[in-house]
Design a protein around this ligand. Structure first.
Ligand code: GLN
Length: 487
């Protein structure tokens, strides 16, 4: 049998059920890797070894008593944006550096109930604002394929940890690409579900109309296994949708003969690395050989995604982050002179530069006199982008394009120019603005770095996305590649 870190969630689940491995053994093996690679990758903010071993022992007891589900005893890491009772939840910020939540996020609670073991909390851009993990108060994460390069962001810790086999899977969140873009740059699979599919309760809010929790895994099969346990209606999140959760794993493997795939014309633009394009075209050929019908589709308003997002997301974040005032949560400055001084210095010290930039932009676009010109206009364009997708899904079943314009870039390469950094998400933001599910999966290597494609589906089309991704992964092995040095 392979070593635990070589095994997928599906394989670990089978070995645990058959009692070939115990959860304590598996958990110890992953904790050893997490600890060993913390200095070189910085993928974690907290390593919760003690609690993990207690949970693993409990999982083993359930497995022995035959009171276990398919995920009982499987380890996972949570992005440090999900509240975890009794452990720190920092959101990558000095503001919350010592915050311990009194409750679990719904996602955490559901996975715990399924018997999943938490290894720790993964590093991330501060308040999930970034595309490179360089805005984290806890320092950048390194890309395991090349430690001089970024892992992407904001879920860079989750992506790097899965790629380096420090955990079989990790939770993540995606407001404008933060699951898919780091998954792409680290050569792993990243699923952003439909807005409303997974509860946002206990997930620190960035831009509430865009934020969605999801997963980073090695394969679509593993994502299907975990999504079923995470998803579903939650009365504590008023935007969660009351729809039954399908058996995502049950649908995997269905033939894709006759499936209509739209190739997103606007995404194959001059900004796209030609080698990434080649790899996606090869993946399309593979899907065509399985009977899929490929045609071009055009979404003319999609190129407006980035400017639209950088009005809507900062507007919502300026409102959401108002709660961090030095009184109720988080960092408080020393010896405030008066209330205003307390607010100003607590926020001034607690937030980093990118978060401040977003709060200021957001406050500006919402202010009287500018609201109509910026915020309202952005909301209208957002609707046009949604309409474009809706039209496309009358013609095709899914659309495919790149996840990112380039492979992983060097640490520091884009930190001095926010707009260049923002353009990393040019292909991912559309799905957030329209609330659609999307998955990124590895489809090649270019100069030793992973390349990726993105599949976007209609609302609540996760089954279809997972199935297409799984069909591709049955015929290819890019998702099995391990960064040199981490095998
Ligand atoms: N990179 C984008 C941003 O900086 C998206 C972040 C996210 O999805 N959380 O806002």
């Amino acid at each position: 049998m392979s070593a635990p870190h070589d095994m997928s969630v599906a394989e670990l689940s089978a070995a645990l059920q058959a009692r070939q491995l115990s959860s304590v053994e598996v958990t110890r093996a992953f904790l050893e890797r997490v600890t060993r690679h913390q200095a070189d990758l910085n993928a974690f903010i907290s390593i919760t070894a003690e609690a993990a071993l207690v949970e693993a022992a409990q999982a083993d007891a359930r497995l022995r008593a035959k009171d276990a589900g398919p995920l009982t005893g499987v380890p996972i890491a949570h992005k440090d944006i999900f509240c975890t009772r009794g452990e720190k939840t920092t959101c990558g910020s000095r503001m919350l550096a010592n915050f311990v939540s009194p409750y679990d996020a719904t996602v955490v609670e559901r996975l715990r109930a399924a018997g999943v073991v938490m290894l720790g909390k993964t590093n991330m851009d501060e308040f999930a604002m970034g595309s490179s993990n360089e805005t984290s108060f806890f320092g950048p994460v390194k890309n395991p394929w090349d430690v001089a390069r970024v892992p992407g962001g904001s879920s860079g810790g989750s992506a790097a940890a899965v790629a380096a086999r420090l955990t079989p899977a990790a939770t993540a969140t995606d407001t404008g690409g933060s699951i898919r873009q780091p998954a792409a740059l680290c050569g792993v699979t990243g699923l952003k579900p439909t807005y409303g599919r997974v509860s946002r309760f206990g997930m620190v809010a960035f831009a509430s109309s865009l934020d969605q929790g999801g997963l980073i895994t090695r394969s679509a099969e593993d994502a299907a296994l975990l999504l079923g346990a995470m998803a579903g209606f939650d009365e504590r999140d008023s935007t969660s949708v009351e729809l039954p959760v399908p058996d995502y794993n049950g649908v995997l493997g269905q033939p894709i003969k006759g499936l209509k795939i739209g190739v997103l014309k606007e995404f194959f633009d001059k900004g796209l690395d030609p080698e990434i394009e080649q790899h996606i075209r090869a993946a399309l050929d593979l899907l065509r050989s399985q009977g899929a019908v490929i045609k071009d589709v055009s979404l003319p308003n999609l190129p407006l995604s980035v400017p639209t997002y950088y009005v809507v997301a900062p507007a919502e974040c300026s409102s959401n982050l108002a709660r961090f005032d030095g009184v109720r949560y988080g960092h408080r400055c020393d010896n405030p002179r008066d209330l205003l001084d307390l607010y100003q210095r607590s926020r001034g010290e607690g937030f980093g530069a990118e978060v401040k930039r977003r709060i200021m932009t957001g406050t500006y676009v919402l202010s009287a006199g500018y609201y109509d010109a910026f915020y309202l206009k952005a909301q209208r364009v957002r609707q046009l982008i949604s309409n474009d997708f809706e039209r496309a899904f009358h013609e095709v079943d899914v659309v495919i394009g790149p996840t990112t314009p380039t492979t992983a870039f060097e640490l520091g390469a884009k930190t001095s120019d926010p707009v260049t950094m923002y353009l990393n998400d040019i292909y991912t933001i559309g799905a957030n603005l329209a609330g659609l599910p999307a998955i990124s999966l590895p489809c090649g290597l270019s100069h030793g770095l992973p390349t990726a494609m993105q599949i976007i589906g209609p609302h609540f089309g996760e089954e279809r996305l997972l199935n297409v991704a799984h069909r591709y992964q049955l015929e290819s092995d890019w998702h099995r590649r391990v960064p040199p040095g981490f095998a």
